[in-house]
Design a protein around this ligand. Structure first.
Ligand code: AMP
Ligand code: ZN
Length: 416
């Protein structure tokens, strides 16, 4: 199985740390609103990766966090006059409903940042001890970026270029940094904000530290795959690597996978452009299976454009599979023949060729676009070779073959 690794910029053969097991971490959403269809892309893509790994016999420990303390959550809480936890809990529940409707399976663990503060304090202490971090006068703890040799290795950025552009990275209130590239591990609370006690100040964690800590707690110091959208490569994942490798003293994640962005009518999705859709908005117009099918019809690393025409095409494509499955079920329920008839065993063997094609596509960096094409070929083959005279064993054999592949893609192909 080959995976494109952002770290090396190449497709690499997948070799797990422990044979038969996969330790995978996917950065999850910040929960201050209903998830939008851009957020749905990594969920669907990496759920499909997980399903394929499981189909291949791996035991997958799949961890995905909810960022439940953040400026945007606090702002919303102030607007509504409630505690931040009311906002985050509400949108975690709503997110889980959307995930279920897209047939995205719950992770093995869904840790919450606010429940892992102890681990974050511990890692920050280690970084301070190792002099990879320092405390500023106001109690902010910064990571000393230049103390980490490998900084820039994931995003392929040169530290000197970053540093010369770094002055502009300084934002107000951060003038106590030693270097413009240093980033926050812990920051003092502001009036009315949620906070935790620490040795440095009453405050809250920076965003990056949560993933380093949760990944270590649930998966161990070294993991197989770390994933998220491509916007996370820099600085989020670069900073996660710096924290984890500086604290633990060895490699953090072996394979880094990043999905391309979802755009709308070829433009960046944004509220100000009025082209912003939540998964809930889309569910009012389409079955969310169509959204899932639309997402996996493209390769996960390609940019993907969302439009009404493409969704209609996805709907028609999915319908073709559903119709074939319904036909198989109907014929199987009505046929008088049970055992395989002449030629049918041969045809089933031929049908297995499409599964081989499907696997070949998936093993090539999860090329779901080609995998979907193999499913369509199997459907076409099925429609050509079945009739009311077919045996039940033949019909059920084809049905099972289609289902195996559509299950890996997470598609529900039974009429509702
Ligand atoms: P956020 O809540 O912004 O941290 O996003 C959660 C996940 O959604 C991250 O993996 C992001 O990279 C991903 N994401 C956000 N917007 C998009 C988009 N338009 N297309 C694809 N992925 C996105
Ligand atoms: Zn993360």
């Amino acid at each position: 199985m080959k995976i494109y690794n952002t770290l090396s910029g190449k497709k690499e053969e997948f070799v797990p740390i422990e044979p038969g097991k996969v330790r995978m971490y996917v950065c999850g959403p910040t929960v201050y609103n209903l998830i939008h269809i851009g957020n749905a892309r990594p969920m669907i893509v990496f759920d499909t990766v997980r399903r394929y790994m499981e189909y291949k016999g791996y035991e997958v420990n799949f961890v995905s966090n909810f960022t439940d303390v953040d400026d945007k959550i606090i702002k919303k809480a102030v607007e509504e006059g409630v505690e931040a936890s009311v906002i985050s809990r509400r949108y975690i529940e709503e997110c889980k409903k959307d995930m279920a409707a897209m047939n995205v399976r719950p992770a093995t663990h869904h840790p919450l940042a606010t429940e892992e503060i102890g681990g974050m304090l511990e890692m920050i202490h280690t970084l301070l001890e190792k002099e990879h971090a320092y405390v500023a006068e106001d109690g902010t703890v910064y990571f000393r970026t230049r103390s980490f040799q490998g900084y820039g290795k994931l995003s392929h950025k040169n530290l000197d270029d970053l540093r010369s552009g770094g002055r502009s990275l300084l934002v107000s209130g951060e003038d106590q940094k030693e270097d413009a590239l240093d980033f926050v591990l812990w920051k003092p609370k502001k009036e009315g904000e949620p906070y935790w006690e620490s040795a440095w100040c009453q405050g809250r964690p920076g965003w990056h530290i949560e993933c380093s800590v949760m990944s270590r707690k649930y998966l161990g110091e070294e993991i197989d795959i770390h994933a998220g959208g491509e916007d996370l490569v820099f600085p989020h994942h670069e900073n996660e690597i710096a924290q984890s490798e500086a604290a633990n003293g060895h490699t953090f994640a072996r394979y880094w996978m990043h999905n391309g962005f979802l755009n709308i009518d070829n433009k960046k999705m944004s509220k100000s452009l009025g082209n912003f859709f939540t998964v809930r908005d889309i569910s009012e117009k389409y079955d969310l299976q169509v959204l899932r099918f639309f997402m996996i019809s493209a390769h996960y690393r390609s940019p993907l454009n969302f439009s009404a025409e493409l969704m209609e095409a996805a709907g028609n494509g999915l319908e073709r599979i559903v119709t074939s499955v319904e036909n198989l079920k109907f014929l199987s329920g009505n046929t008088k023949e049970t055992a395989l008839q002449e030629g049918e065993a041969q045809l089933l063997q031929e049908a297995d060729g499409y599964r081989a094609k499907f696997e070949e596509a998936m093993e090539d960096d999860f090329n779901t676009a080609d995998a979907v094409a193999a499913v369509f070929e199997l459907v076409k083959f099925t429609n050509t070779h079945v009739s009311p005279q077919s045996s039940a064993q033949f019909l059920d054999g084809l049905l099972e073959r289609i289902r195996t592949l559509t299950d890996i893609l997470g598609l529900i192909v039974d009429k509702k």
